[in-house]
Design a protein around this ligand. Sequence first.
Ligand SMILES: *Cc1c(COP(=O)(O)O)cnc(C)c1O
Length: 390
Amino acid sequence: MEYGKKGVNTICTHVGGVKDERYKGAISPLYMATSYAFDNIDEKRYPRYFNTPNQQALTKKIAALEHTKDAMIFGSGMAAISHSLMAFLKAGDHIVFQQTLYGGTYNFATTQLEKYGISYSFTEGWEVTDFETKIRSNTKVIYIETPSNPLLTITDLKAVSALAKSKGILTMIDNTFASPINQNPADYGIDIIIHSATKYMGGHSDICAGAVAASEGHIKRLWESSICFGGSLSDQTVWLLERSLKTMGLRVKAQTENAQNLAVFLDGHHDIDAVYYPGLKSHPGHELAKSQMKGFGGMLSFELKEGMDPSEFMQSLKLIKPSMSLAGVESTVTAPVLTSHALMSKEDRELQGIKDGLIRFSVGIEEVEDLMADVEQAIHQVKSKTVLAR
Ligand SMILES: *Cc1c(COP(=O)(O)O)cnc(C)c1O
């Protein structure tokens, strides 16, 4: 069966299960064994070798979803990111990171790489020229994230990949925000596609996992060093992740639709100063996003009107929960100033365009009218409290 030719929801439901030969059950049997008898020493199975029946089956689903030949699953998104960086970089190498990155990746870059003799640069923007100017003779990897956190900036996949290829540089992307439903970077020549499966792949706020999709050659190299680093995922969670992926297409489509409607609603609201969502025509990356994404995703950010307190607003919400994480079926909000970007100085934040009143919204699958009503009543509460305080 040629999986790549199947529609996305068919891949989600049918590809990459463990067949229940014995009882013909509808779902994958779960193999928890950490010890497997072998006939041949070359065929040894072990969870940390990333080759248990459930692990192997799930990689087929992820590879099919990302249009790559192979994939691997890890114990967390950060395990997927760190194992990928360590597999393809060595002492003396240099890496170019996109300016705006997931906080954990930024931390890994700034606290870990130097001690292994790996140097790095951050771009000053998202244009392909911003990447080009940072390339050195020893640059081995360009690492991007699009859409990015929290302003949903868009990086040109095709242009960055062409630039890297012309110089023999490997490209890596954190594709978590888009999910494989809304963006397939392999179609644009990106080499290593990384996911925090804790987010849209898991989707129910009950799984911590990571995934990497790439060519067979790249996965082989990643596997060779990953069995040393040891960041494999428990088979119980592998099994749960397979279950979650069956509905990923449906979930992400509903979240994307809700996010688009909410973005339009917020954009027209007189108590909201700005809305950042690539699905809005006013977003600077809109045309580019349209050309490389299948949907604009379930994440958006917005700024409350000057003087309205973001923590007050978040505490006033009744249905939508303030939370660090994202991409669950339930809607959540966070203020980057208080969480992911709290350690950055106000000056640095403003340089990146992150204002104090900014709120990041992870849109769930609820009825969008209920989400709008919750936002409306919270704004009303904040405004009446602000008036009382005067
Ligand atoms: C959450 C997240 C990560 C890290 O994933 P963990 O599963 O928490 O280790 C990496 N990148 C992005 C964009 C994320 O949102």
